[in-house]
Design a binder for this molecule. Structure first.
Ligand code: FES
Ligand code: FES
Length: 165
């Protein structure tokens, strides 16, 4: 048995500890956001966050994620209340088939949480391990820049609210 904390919720699953985290997310927890692309750490479609860092969930044994905070694209917002990253991707119409998008979003989210003032060059470098077969990379970069701006704004408003008596 392994207990995983995914998007803030604990789940105990009966799986071989070596099972890739991606399979557990999709097959045991019915979280289908992270996608199987190559299974080899070469496309990025399976990317999730573990303790704030972007990881290829196709390569990470589920046991290695136990006791750590796993976040998937489902943890960024809901259909009714999409988070800033999801809103930005929609605003820029960054998805064509959409297969690569959850992985792109999670890599971008990890970048912006670690580096809120990320530049376009930072974003391009961070997304380098990700493939998009539809060719929407330019829109994806614009979406992440838009999300960065929105997240900085939310942060600044929060700080002002905390500072006011
Ligand atoms: S499915 Fe994990 S990197 Fe391609
Ligand atoms: S939108 Fe289709 S693979 Fe990226």
């Amino acid at each position: 048995m392994i207990t995983l904390t995914v998007n803030g919720n604990d789940h105990t699953v009966d799986v071989d500890p070596a099972t890739p985290l991606l399979y557990v997310l999709r097959e045991d927890l019915a979280l289908h956001g992270a996608k199987f692309g190559c299974g080899l750490g070469q496309c990025g479609s399976c990317t999730v966050m573990v303790d704030g860092r972007a990881v290829f969930s196709c390569l990470l044994p589920a046991a290695a994620a136990a006791g750590r905070q796993v976040k998937t694209v489902e943890g960024l917002g809901t259909i009714d209340e999409p988070g800033p990253m999801q809103q930005a991707f929609m605003a820029e119409q960054a998805a064509q088939c959409g297969y690569c998008i959850p992985g792109m979003m999670m890599r971008a989210q990890a970048l912006l949480e670690a580096k809120p003032a990320a530049t376009e060059a930072d974003i391009r470098a961070a997304l380098e391990p990700h493939l998009c077969r539809c060719g929407t990379q330019a829109r994806i970069v614009r979406a992440v820049m838009r999300a960065a701006q929105a997240m900085r704004l939310v942060d600044a408003v929060g700080r002002r609210a905390e500072a006011s008596p």
